[in-house]
Design a protein around this ligand. Structure first.
Ligand SMILES: [Zn+2]
Length: 288
């Protein structure tokens, strides 16, 4: 296996106590940036779970336009199916089609299971967790095409209800009160704000025992500080409509002009922080 660098998505599937789940986890070098878990129908096979995990990872890469990504799985059978020229199963052919259509580059890599690889272990752990998700009907996130279908309004309503009832996502809920697939899955960079994942130091400090002080040295590297105050990012705020200082984070994100520059800001912040993190966390991150 070549050196594990750049954007990598590890996928995994799992069957436990008759329940089936799968997951993928996004890494940049050794820093986890994001993950998704899906519970599948109990009658699904582990093979199918592995395939769905790859399918979801491919869709995620496409939706977020992530450039060059390596998708890594320990399922030999799933990868074999994807490499065969003559294939009857629709889902396999659809994945192959998706990879071919993609503007960037997706490579599929096999990794031997149980080799204590950080990403592979994390993906398999998340897949096991996914089997515990309580409602399989809504835990399997519908695809974008499905959402576009009128017929899936029901799923959307169920999802919305679950969203309304959830107590664990208060931060995200303050920013998004209507379930919206494009927004939740549509932008990798903006998602860094929604989920408080990854790039912000205030968050990283909790995981990596790292300083929470912003690189400007003035304040805690919180979401609000980075977006509204930090002098490092002044140039990104130049074109913002007047009065933005008084706008809530939610309104900032929903403003089209601001959203575009925030995307640029987050992209740059991510690269900056990741370079720092990679040198720092070689051994540490895999434990989380
Ligand atoms: Zn700062």
């Amino acid at each position: 296996m070549e050196e594990m660098k750049g954007l990598m998505i590890f996928t995994g599937g799992s069957k436990m106590d008759g329940r089936v789940g799968c997951a993928f986890v996004v890494f940049y070098n050794k820093t986890e940036l994001d993950n998704r878990r899906f519970r599948l129908n109990d009658s699904s096979t582990v093979f199918m779970a592995e395939v769905i995990a790859i399918q979801q990872a491919v869709q995620y890469v496409k939706a977020n336009d992530l450039g060059q990504v390596n998708i890594i799985s320990d399922s030999r059978s799933a990868l074999m199916a994807l490499s065969v020229v003559e294939e009857a199963r629709n889902i396999i052919n659809n994945i192959k089609e998706d990879i071919k259509e993609y503007k960037g580059k997706i490579t599929l890599t096999w990794i031997r299971a149980h080799m204590l690889n950080f990403g592979n272990e994390r993906a398999n752990q998340l897949a096991k967790e996914a089997t515990l998700i309580s409602d399989e009907a809504i835990s399997f996130v519908p695809s974008r095409n499905q959402i576009r279908n009128e017929g899936n309004k029901i799923i959307k309503n169920l999802w919305q209800n679950r969203w309304n009832d959830s107590k664990n996502a208060r931060w995200t809920k303050n920013l998004i009160d209507k379930v919206n697939v494009d927004r939740l899955y549509g932008d990798f960079y903006i998602n860094q704000i929604f989920t408080v994942h990854g790039v912000f130091r205030e968050h990283q400090a909790r995981f990596f025992k790292k300083t929470s002080l912003c690189s400007c040295g003035q304040e805690t590297g919180s979401v609000l500080h980075v977006i509204k105050e930090c002098e490092i990012w002044t140039s990104y705020r130049k074109n913002w409509p007047s009065g933005w200082q008084l706008m809530s984070l939610k309104d900032l994100i929903n403003n089209a002009i601001i959203r575009i520059s925030l995307r640029g800001l987050l992209h740059e912040l991510l690269i900056k922080e990741i370079d720092l993190l990679s040198s720092f966390s070689e051994t540490d991150v895999s434990r989380h």
